[in-house]
Design a protein around this ligand. Structure first.
Ligand code: ADP
Length: 166
């Protein structure tokens, strides 16, 4: 194995970041020298995000403040372009279930076509986070469910402010 494992990108919408995402970022930071978390800002997406890109970035930056080799950036370009600009040699994605695999497999093939020099790397979800998604967390919060164990503290607080329980 080479001495240096270089820079990788952990991309996502992170609307909002969950403990499952933080787990993948933390584990990536143990394996690679530098982890750039890329928060997608796609103003053309039909589905509006609950939090702005800057809010989403801020939650991750706060939750990873103790990891010196992690930085968090917003990007609005093609993922492989963002990876190239950051000097990354790989894109790291978390895999929860078979359903993630199908989508991620397709994305990895497309990205390989666009940028063959950038590898896609997959880290399997920790069992206790394998059913955790940003969408699920938002639904739970909407109906007054306790999401305190599923997301970082500031995210739980922001969710109860933004989504007052029905
Ligand atoms: P997207 O923008 O593709 O909807 P997300 O922002 O939800 O993605 O997630 C970003 C990445 O984190 C994806 O690779 C996703 O598979 C992974 N991920 C999401 N939730 C978890 C989890 N609970 N455990 C592990 N990986 C996860």
């Amino acid at each position: 194995m080479s001495e240096r494992n270089g820079t990788v990108i952990c991309p996502g919408s992170y609307d909002p970041v969950t403990n499952g995402h933080i787990d993948i970022i933390t584990r990536s930071a143990r394996v690679f020298d530098r982890v750039v978390v890329g928060v997608v800002n796609n103003p053309l997406r039909k589905q509006k995000t609950l939090f702005t890109a800057e809010e989403r970035r801020g939650f991750i930056a706060e939750a990873t403040a103790d990891l010196p080799n992690v930085e968090v950036r917003v990007f609005a370009s093609l993922l492989v372009e963002f990876a190239r600009e950051a000097g990354a040699k790989a894109i790291v994605k978390g895999l929860r279930a078979i359903s993630d695999f199908e989508y991620e497999f397709e994305m990895a093939q497309l990205n390989r076509k666009l940028a063959p020099e950038i590898e896609s790397v997959f880290i399997t979800a920790s069992p206790h986070y394998s059913f955790l998604s940003s969408t699920g967390v938002k639904e739970m919060a909407t109906f007054g469910g306790d999401v305190g164990d599923l997301v970082p503290g500031p995210v739980a607080a922001a969710l109860s402010e933004r989504l007052p329980a029905r």
